[in-house]
Design a protein around this ligand. Sequence first.
Ligand SMILES: Cc1ncc(COP(=O)(O)O)c(C=O)c1O
Length: 372
Amino acid sequence: MEIAKFGVEDWLNVWENDAIYDIAGSSISSMTIEEIISCGPKTKEAFLNELLNKKMNYGWIEGSPEFKTEVCKLYKHVEPEQVLQTNGATGANFIALFGLINPGDHVISMHPTYQQLYDIPKSLGADVSLWSIDEKNEWLPHLHELRKIIRPTTKMICINNANNPTGSVMDEAYLRELVEIASEVGAYILSDEVYKPFTDEINVPSIIDLYDKGIVSNSMSKTYSVPGVRVGWIIANQKTCEVFRKLRDYTMICSGVLDDMIATYVLQNKEAVYKRNKKIVEENLAIVKEWVDKEPRVTLQFPKNISTSFIKLDVPMETEEFCIKLLKEKGVLLVPGNRFERPGYARLGYCTDAETLKKGLHELSLFLRQFD
Ligand SMILES: Cc1ncc(COP(=O)(O)O)c(C=O)c1O
């Protein structure tokens, strides 16, 4: 199987450990086990006791009934049989694409975004049309462009809502029009929803609540701040789920007993997690806004309270070279935009702890002064 290098992951694998100020990540600051316990009603002792008594067998293959129940609560009309636990959203995307895409199929993918969504179908022999996001359109792709590139045979449209790296959001009206276009040709919509907004202030329904051929991938990694459990899920209609179920048996068996236990506890106490994370996102976004206002070499189409943003850099230097020099001289880690095929930009993951963010932005500004 021929497949392109995964630009962002490859960058992070090489450079992440050298960072003093890591403002590249896209999760909302990860929780410790202690913080996780404090989000719910259990005492530390009770939680640890439960953990110590866990038998380390395979556990529930598709995810425990408690896990599935909690996932169903995130949607309007999802039954537990439609939920399959996966190895992160990465695993969910892989299963969806591998399960449904054949050589010669036409696939449309939002671009740029999480590279899986276009490079896996490409590697499977699909004919992939890239549907470009536009900074002037709040970093959303145009629906009229979609109407031009869709074909009667289009098999799938891949979106990432909200979008990595820009933090842009397709709202309900946008999604309804997208569904209308897809349904005219019977295309699936695979929606990677790991950054789905978790407050009522932004109305972003899940694709599964809007479209029978909608497929959701999601996980504990971003909104829920526990990427370390490697738990995600995929949701589709019953018939499509059978395709995924079959494929899943060949790829993972289960996510692990401890991972399921922690993921379930976090979901059972999601309101406390949302409250914690809303505060982090709002406070840190305010820090970024203040910084952008004062920093003449950076502009930003602000994300809609999503944990990732894409700054535009006004510097006369190749973007990756800039980011490597920045890391080596100032210890600040960004993801260069060329890793998203958008040189001149960089991903700023601002939902780390506030001190790291403030110091990282300060050092970034000092570094930028050499170009004045
Ligand atoms: C859009 C998107 N999907 C999936 C993932 C991976 O998620 P997980 O950790 O659940 O595998 C990421 C991680 O950066 C992402 O940005």
